[in-house]
Design a protein around this ligand. Structure first.
Ligand code: F6R
Length: 252
């Protein structure tokens, strides 16, 4: 029987401090274990984290040469090489800027072939599992592309994105283009197998999602609430995202 855990909370002044805390944790993990396995996210929240990690490498303070990475998700049905694919995002924002071996960078396939989810799960297992997973959170509480209603037992699977998520991500697409309706995402159970998780949230628009995730009893209407069953989660949020009156407001 799963028991509820209390996350560690770093409630910080602003988004820049959230990025610094995440960079510090990831850099420490990589320094302690140079061949560690990282779980990575795309989106706006981690952009400053990738900038900071690239700077550490440029300064000669950190190396990703032995690190293996697994991204959370990828759109389906985009033409190969599309600039808004998560593979393109990761290449531009992170992989090309650090000394990582491209063969050790994994992003779920966007090709929509049968068995792609199972193959991704097998690749994570054969790498020895994820040591440290970085997550963002959607305004509707999604983690990865696990939308509200997704089972906490889910494994890597194809999802139909909600209108809200497609609207939120439209700004990442060239003029007039909409995000595709489907994606392949690590499941919630896949994410919960990471040995350690950091959840980053910044801005007032994330406060409701955090309040639902760490407020009342967890249920599938807020996918991020599944994190409360994980023993080693750190929520790193700024003042704007820290929901008033919730468990996260009490851990200064
Ligand atoms: C990205 C991902 C998503 C984002 C979430 C928040 O790989 O899986 O769950 O983390 O949508 O996105 P931003 O950071 O753009 O607010």
């Amino acid at each position: 029987m799963l028991s509820l855990q209390s996350p560690r909370v770093l409630r910080l002044a602003d988004a820049a401090s959230v990025a610094t805390a995440a960079i510090t944790r990831i850099a420490a993990r990589v320094s302690e274990r140079p061949n560690c396995v990282l779980g990575l996210a795309t989106g706006r929240t981690p952009l400053a984290v990738y900038d900071g990690l690239a700077q550490c490498v440029a300064d000669g303070r950190l190396s990703f040469a032995g690190v293996e990475t697994f991204n959370l998700d990828e759109y389906l049905d985009l033409p190969a090489g599309h600039p808004s694919s998560f593979r393109a995002y990761m290449a531009e924002r992170f992989f090309r800027r650090v000394d990582i071996d491209p063969a050790k960078t994994h992003v779920p396939s966007g090709e929509g072939r049968p068995g792609d989810g199972d193959r991704y799960e097998a690749a994570i297992r054969s790498a020895g599992g994820i040591d440290l997973q970085m997550l963002g959170i959607g305004q509707n509480g999604h983690i990865g592309f696990n939308e509200p209603g997704t089972s906490f037992d889910s494994r890597t699977h194809v999802v139909t994105l909600t209108q809200a998520t497609r609207d939120a991500n439209t700004a990442d697409f060239p003029n007039g283009e909409r995000p595709p309706p489907r994606a392949l995402t690590m499941g919630i159970a896949t994410i919960l197998e990471a040995r350690e998780i950091i959840l980053l949230a910044t801005g007032t628009h994330k406060a409701d999602a955090l309040a639902r995730a760490f407020g009342a009893s967890p249920d599938t209407s807020c996918p991020a609430a599944a994190l409360r069953f994980h023993p080693r989660v750190t929520v790193i949020c700024d003042e704007e995202a820290a929901p008033k009156g919730s468990v996260l407001a009490n851990h200064r």
